[in-house]
Write a protein that binds this ligand. Structure first.
Ligand code: KIV
Length: 257
């Protein structure tokens, strides 16, 4: 059975942890679809698939291109696509246009945006009012790297209170879930207990309702893996070995098929 908004909500009530991973192409999406609850076309693809040093340069058209490929590989999982930097912050009308294009042109189920009140909560309310499900994202928001860096957020009382208020305002605006990135575990636990919608953590401890990783980090494929991500494999090394063997066989005249 396909994962739906209501099954995601039930998971929170039943305390069934949600498994979320990112994808940027068709092949990976098909593998993830068998296992995870949510496949996310994160704007981290700017780094992982396009070689940029941050998420800022990826365009709406590029997100749509990758999300369409991912969508063709996903049959069961719930599919979310990031709204990239500058495709939603300018005005609610721009956000509606960008989110609408993503849904119309890719077949994903929902969009994700970064930030809290006041503008982002209003944006979430407008998008949900026209039938576009929205996932929020607070704490470390990589699209704000030039202001925040990549450091942990929510360490002071003031910051923690702001992040909690943002998460609460996103729920009130109609978000169906919220990503909590790189915040202290006790703050993530507080937010998780105060919200009725699922929280999805990344570097936010074990008390969230679900966990997300950039799949390239999980596989050990990324050039740089953030300290709060957990690699389960060194795929970079395995690929290098396999390609090295192939290259040697070709160069030594031993490749014959
Ligand atoms: O861009 C991304 O991949 C993300 C997830 C890690 C939450 O936003």
């Amino acid at each position: 059975m396909s994962v739906s908004l209501s099954s995601l909500q039930s998971a929170k009530q039943q305390k069934r942890p949600l498994v979320v991973l990112t994808a940027w192409d068709y092949t990976l999406a098909g593998i993830l679809d068998e296992i995870v609850d949510i496949v996310m076309v994160g704007d981290s693809l700017a780094m992982v698939a396009l070689g940029h040093s941050s998420t800022l340069p990826v365009t709406l058209d590029q997100m749509i291109h990758h999300a369409s490929a991912v969508s063709r590989g996903v049959k069961k999982a719930f599919l979310v696509c990031d709204l990239p930097f500058l495709s939603y912050q300018e005005s609610i009308a721009v956000a509606i246009h960008s989110a609408g294009r993503i849904l119309k042109e890719t077949g994903v189920n929902a969009v994700k945006l970064e930030g809290g009140y006041p503008l982002m909560a209003e944006t979430v309310a407008s998008l949900t009012s026209i039938g576009i499900p929205v996932m929020g994202h607070v704490g470390l928001t990589p699209q704000s790297v030039n202001r925040l860096g990549y450091r942990q957020q929510g360490k002071t009382q003031v910051e923690a209170q702001r992040i909690l208020s943002e998460a609460v305002s996103l729920e009130a605006a109609g978000a169906f879930a919220v990503v909590l990135e790189h915040i202290p575990a006790d703050l993530a636990a507080t937010i998780t207990s105060q919200l009725n919608i699922p929280t999805i953590g990344i570097g936010a401890g074990k008390h969230c309702d679900g966990q997300v990783l950039v799949t390239a980090d999980l596989l050990g494929l990324s050039e740089k893996i953030p300290p709060f991500a957990k690699p389960y494999l060194n795929l970079r090394e395995l690929i290098t070995q396999a390609i090295g063997q192939y290259a040697s066989q070709v160069r030594e005249g031993k490749y014959d098929i």
